[in-house]
Design a protein around this ligand. Structure first.
Ligand SMILES: [Zn+2]
Length: 83
């Protein structure tokens, strides 16, 4: 179903992730955390998601900065090998 993989996407263990942050009011740059989110999937790798009626902000970031997502990404990379 994936016709095109975003340029900034991370492909790991056969899964595609993009760096997305929650949209909405951001008061400081420190709260701009980019999560690893599978395209067309609402929940991020760390099981975070935008609030009701909200959505992930576009465009995707260059880099995933959420420490919980990064930990899970590392585990994906070290664990199961894609056949
Ligand atoms: Zn996250």
């Amino acid at each position: 179903m994936l016709e095109s993989v975003p340029e900034d996407a991370v492909v790991l263990a056969g899964r595609v992730f993009v760096a997305l942050r929650k949209s909405g009011h951001v008061s400081s740059s420190r709260s701009r955390v980019f999560h690893a989110v599978t395209p067309y999937c609402r929940m991020s790798l760390c099981a975070d998601e935008p609030g009701p009626g909200s959505h992930w902000a576009e465009p995707p970031g260059q880099q995933i900065t959420c420490s919980a997502c990064l930990r899970r990404l590392a585990r994906l990379g070290n664990g199961r090998r894609a056949a």
